[in-house]
Design a protein around this ligand. Structure first.
Ligand code: IMP
Ligand code: MG
Length: 172
């Protein structure tokens, strides 16, 4: 039976998200901000994040699939769903739930660069550094962690646990 240990409560996440949104609102005032969330994990985070912004924003989604084993991506990535908005000359922030090895985000960044945005940054709720394989330019991160598999607040294990309002460590 998998075991869940609390990592961040819903209240703690709310504070982190509010803080990130405030920093983004300052940095992107008078810009044309487009937030692109990576499906599916980042949808809860994006929904809370944009509601704490004090500046206008446009939203889009992208889905990438990796051929990993469920807890680890192996680096071979394919595009499942592309963005629909025109982001040329826009200030784009990629919104991720968690950056682990970094392979997924860097692949997505390369893809988005081909649309020639004015700027391109990364905002990740969780920065999991222990298994990082490639440097990722994360401009905003809410929580830094080491090893371990996290679920809840949009993050899944085999599509389960996304609905939990807090974040938990899953002992497999
Ligand atoms: P990366 O390419 O190794 O950085 O993997 C990034 C993707 O793997 C994330 O967008 C998540 O979908 C998934 N992932 C990595 N670590 C976790 C975790 O601890 N919990 C849930 N999903 C994770
Ligand atoms: Mg993800």
């Amino acid at each position: 039976m998998p075991e869940l240990t609390p990592v961040l409560s819903a209240d703690e996440i709310r504070l982190l998200v509010k803080n990130m949104a405030q920093r983004i609102s300052v940095d992107y005032r008078d810009r044309e901000l487009v937030m692109i969330a990576v499906l599916k994990g980042a949808f809860v985070f994006l929904a809370d994040l944009i509601r704490e912004l004090t500046i206008p924003v446009k939203v889009d989604f992208l889905q990438a699939g990796s051929y990993g084993d469920g807890t680890r991506s192996c680096g071979a990535i394919r595009l499942v769903k592309d963005i629909g908005l025109d982001i040329r000359e826009k200030d784009v922030l990629l919104v991720e739930d968690i950056v682990d090895t970094g392979l997924t985000v860097n692949w997505i960044l390369d893809h988005l660069k081909s649309f020639q945005p004015r700027s391109l940054g990364v905002c990740s709720l969780i920065d999991k550094r222990e298994r990082r394989e490639t440097e990722v330019p994360i401009s905003y991160s809410g929580h830094v962690t080491g090893k371990g598999f996290l679920v809840g607040y949009g993050l899944d294990y085999a599509e389960a646990y996304r609905q939990l309002p807090g974040l938990y460590h899953l002992k497999l």
